[in-house]
Design a protein around this ligand. Structure first.
Ligand code: NAP
Length: 342
């Protein structure tokens, strides 16, 4: 059987804020069969992940691109969940539910080396496996427990706390017994953090004029751990309020992704004298704890003491706006696009 496979691509490299006109829908014929023992697999995509870091892969140049630059007019890879339609790989059979690196499209044709595994949804929606039980979750878990090495009762500040990674960092930190304050970009998000996720406190950073003073107000006794999703002024303000032996997990710099002028200059004298540790990290460096992370998080989900916060748009054509919306704070929780029913 042959069909038309629709997918989303970029028209040119994007070196600024992404706009709807930067993207286009393309279509290619796809035969829904593969040669036996070819190792090729065709996956029908069900859910795909929408992530801020993909903007760096769409630029003409970024330091994140050593291996992963996105090519104009070619498919855009993204984590996703799907069902196997045809397989030349003996480890996968038709109708297997799978998770791995798919594309922003209706079907993914995987050839050569690919990242894919069979998925046991463990009683959860398959979408959880690209969010709370996937790389967003691993990022929050590894960043908080492995990089920040928390102690009970410590004071934790999380930026972009209503986002996919941020909300989970806050939830893990609360569950672990820390005092947690989050920042987010609207009063609705602040209310969500305090009322739905039971953060100790939260504030709308867009309403604050002097973030150093703001953080002093929320942390009169200083910050022990800062989980940084944004960089820029927030990182400078957090470092200024850190306690001796404080830890900063440098997870992402969303404020810099579309504005290279947003680089920051934390007070390095303070970093030295207060023995502050600032550590960048990437989730895939922590695959050794992936199964621990999944079983612990699944246990807390089943027990009802962690919530999966998802923000799902419907249909392939919603991908450009879903992605652009990340840079305008439109999402609460993990941004996902549902491509098809199971
Ligand atoms: N190190 C790793 O392995 C790893 C893995 C995954 C993600 N990350 C990074 O972690 C960060 C969060 O990722 P995520 O997937 O959880 O995304 P997300 O937080 O769910 O979505 C993006 C959010 O960023 C905020 N934002 C957008 N533009 C901004 C700007 N100019 N300045 C400040 N905030 C802005 C918005 O929230 P507000 O409304 O609150 O502003 C928006 O909702 C990103 O920097 C991402 O690249 C790192």
């Amino acid at each position: 059987m042959e069909l038309t496979n629709n997918f989303i691509t970029i028209k040119a490299h994007i070196d600024g804020e992404p706009k709807e006109t930067d993207f286009e829908n393309k279509a290619r014929h796809l035969a829904l069969s593969v040669a036996p023992c070819s190792n090729d697999i065709i996956v029908k995509n069900l859910y795909v992940s929408i992530d801020p870091y993909q903007i760096n892969r769409m630029k003409s140049w970024s330091s994140s691109q050593k291996a992963t630059k996105i090519t104009v007019s070619i498919v855009i890879e993204a984590y996703g969940v799907g069902k196997v339609e045809a397989s030349g790989n003996p480890e996968f059979a038709k109708d297997d539910l799978v998770v791995g690196l798919l594309i922003w499209g209706e079907y993914s044709l995987l050839k050569g080396e690919y990242i894919l595994r069979k998925l046991d949804p463990m009683g959860f929606s398959p979408s959880y496996h690209i969010g709370i039980l996937g790389h967003s979750g691993l990022t929050a878990y590894a960043g908080f427990f492995e990089v920040c090495k928390p102690k009970k009762g410590e004071k934790v500040f999380v930026s972009t706390a209503c986002g996919s990674v941020g909300n989970l960092v806050g939830q893990y930190a609360k569950l672990f017994g820390c005092y947690v304050v989050g920042s987010a970009g609207s009063k609705e998000k602040v209310a969500f953090l305090k009322e739905k996720l039971r953060f100790d406190d939260a504030f709308n950073y867009k309403e604050e004029t002097d973030l150093k003073t703001t953080l002093k107000r929320f942390f009169p006794d200083g910050i022990d751990i800062y989980f940084d999703n944004v960089g820029a002024e927030m990182l400078e303000a957090a470092v200024a309020n850190m306690n001796f032996f404080g830890r900063v997990a440098a997870c992402g710099v969303t404020s810099q992704y579309n504005d290279a002028g947003k680089r920051c200059a934390p007070d390095m004298e303070g970093v030295v004298y207060k023995r502050i540790k600032i550590q960048g990290f990437i989730s895939i460096d922590h695959m050794d704890i992936f199964s621990d992370f999944v079983s612990t998080t699944a246990y807390h989900l089943h027990a009802g003491d962690i919530q999966a916060i998802e923000d799902i748009s419907l249909g392939l054509k919603s991908i450009p706006l879903a992605f652009i919306g990340l840079f305008h704070g439109h999402n609460i929780g993990k941004k996902i696009v549902k491509i098809a029913d199971e």
